[in-house]
Write a protein that binds this ligand. Structure first.
Ligand SMILES: NC(=O)c1ccc[n+]([C@@H]2O[C@H](COP(=O)([O-])OP(=O)(O)OC[C@H]3O[C@@H](n4cnc5c(N)ncnc54)[C@H](O)[C@@H]3O)[C@@H](O)[C@H]2O)c1
Ligand SMILES: [Fe+2]
Length: 389
């Protein structure tokens, strides 16, 4: 067996570690950062957790705080303008997945003048213009540890996956204290996304012994702690476990890839502006049921690790409990169906053919244990439309 392992060169993990940003830059001889963040991080004062220690260390950072949830090519282009107008030597992505993905996309797009679509998969982007330091403030952490960034092209409503080592942060600081203020909805969405990273990495056709170990550890941390963090936002034990689990899940899927849930989820996000974790959650129970027959022992083991099944349950029973448990979580975490989210039924019907094409084109469904054809993807979009199972 041959495989490669990609992860940031340096990851600092722990409560309060964001305050050590200057030390992390110093390890790499960096001193002129552009911080890429969003208006919420500025208004909550969270970004000061890095700006103040930087100032104390005599480092003046530029700040681009115009990122939006689910980044677009327009925002990335605006960020690139700011980047080119200053003498920066690195980008610090500070915030949820959106500012971090924006920083990563900026690092790649700033290598030339081509439009974003020139960089999307299957193009491989192993060189970024500048290194990225990622500091996540939500417990999804995928973006902080992966060689992927996702952005929408505002015109044709397509979420573009851009991949390569140029999108892999040089370093990450994973400080769960930054997540204590995450609103309940985002806690649920990001937590389910982290769980789907671990589960999809574990069942992926590209799983390796390395990604398996991380995926399993992630499922064991996220399983018992996701609802705790959602119900009790200031529970530091649950927040810390979620942050570490999300990090492990991120490294797992960066090496094993995601599969059908993510492949089908991106078009829902692009066409209907459903947050990424929420569209994953809408799909997770039905896609899991669809996929179980092709990898029963893997799904059964995942069910045991997450805590839905007991060690001595048969594989059939454990896999059943997984699909049921994921559907029950959607109820507990108030995940709506696409219909419940308010999507116009006529538009959903009209777009599902295109969404299936886009899902297939992303390549992710080919990593799924059961590889669907277009008709099966459309049938899954039909199945999840109004049913939470
Ligand atoms: N590159 C990857 O590998 C990867 C992996 C997973 C997700 N993603 C991408 O990440 C994006 C979504 O990221 P996200 O859900 O983490 O969040 P986000 O960055 O879109 O933020 C969601 C909301 O939560 C707020 N928020 C973030 N942290 C907060 C905090 N600590 N306190 C209070 N409010 C806070 C933000 O301001 C925003 O309003 C999507 O674009 C998705 O495609 C990328
Ligand atoms: Fe994801």
């Amino acid at each position: 067996m041959e495989f490669n392992i990609a992860s940031p060169r340096y990851i600092l993990v722990g409560g309060g570690t964001a305050g050590r940003i200057a030390e992390v830059l110093g390890k790499f001889g960096l001193s002129r950062p552009l911080v890429v963040t969003d208006p919420m991080m500025v208004s909550l004062g969270l970004v000061n957790r890095i700006l103040e220690p930087l100032a104390k260390a005599g480092i003046t950072a530029g700040v681009f705080s115009d990122t939006i949830p689910e980044p677009t090519d327009t925002v990335v282009a605006a960020g690139c303008q700011v980047l080119k107008s200053g003498n920066y030597d690195c980008l610090i992505g500070f915030g949820g997945g959106s500012p971090i993905d924006t920083a990563k996309a900026m690092a790649i797009l700033a290598t030339g003048d081509a439009p974003m679509s020139a960089y999307k998969v299957p193009q491989v982007n192993d060189h970024g213009a500048l290194p990225v330091i990622a500091i996540p403030t939500t417990a999804r952490t995928g973006s902080a540890a992966t060689r992927f960034t996702v952005s929408s092209d505002a015109i044709p409503d397509e979420k573009m996956l851009i991949a390569g080592l140029g999108a892999l942060p040089l370093a990450a600081i994973v400080d769960y204290e930054l997540t204590l203020s995450v609103p309940k909805r985002t806690t649920a969405d990001t937590g389910i996304d982290a769980l789907s990273h671990a589960l999809e990495a574990y069942v992926s056709r590209r799983a390796t012994p390395y990604s398996d170990a991380l995926a399993v550890a992630a499922m064991e941390l996220i399983g018992p702690n996701l609802r705790q963090a959602y119900l009790h936002p200031t529970n530091t034990t649950a927040r810390e476990a979620m942050m570490l689990g999300a990090l492990q899940a991120g490294i797992a899927f960066s090496n094993a890839s995601v599969a059908l849930v993510h492949g089908m989820s991106r078009p829902i996000g692009a066409h209907f502006h459903v947050p990424h974790g929420l569209s994953n959650a809408m799909l997770l129970p039905a896609v899991t049921r669809f996929s179980i027959p092709a990898a029963l022992p893997r799904y059964a083991e995942a069910s045991r690790r997450i805590g839905f099944a007991r060690r001595n349950d048969s594989d059939e029973r454990a896999a059943d409990l997984l699909a049921d448990g994921l559907a029950a979580w959607n109820t507990d975490l108030s995940v709506p169906t696409p219909r419940g989210f308010g999507i116009d039924p006529a538009v959903w019907q009209a777009k599902k053919d295109l969404m299936a094409d886009q899902a297939l084109a992303s390549g992710s469904p080919a990593n799924n244990p059961r590889i669907p054809d277009k008709a099966e993807i459309i049938a899954l979009y039909d199945a999840v439309w109004g049913a939470n199972a």
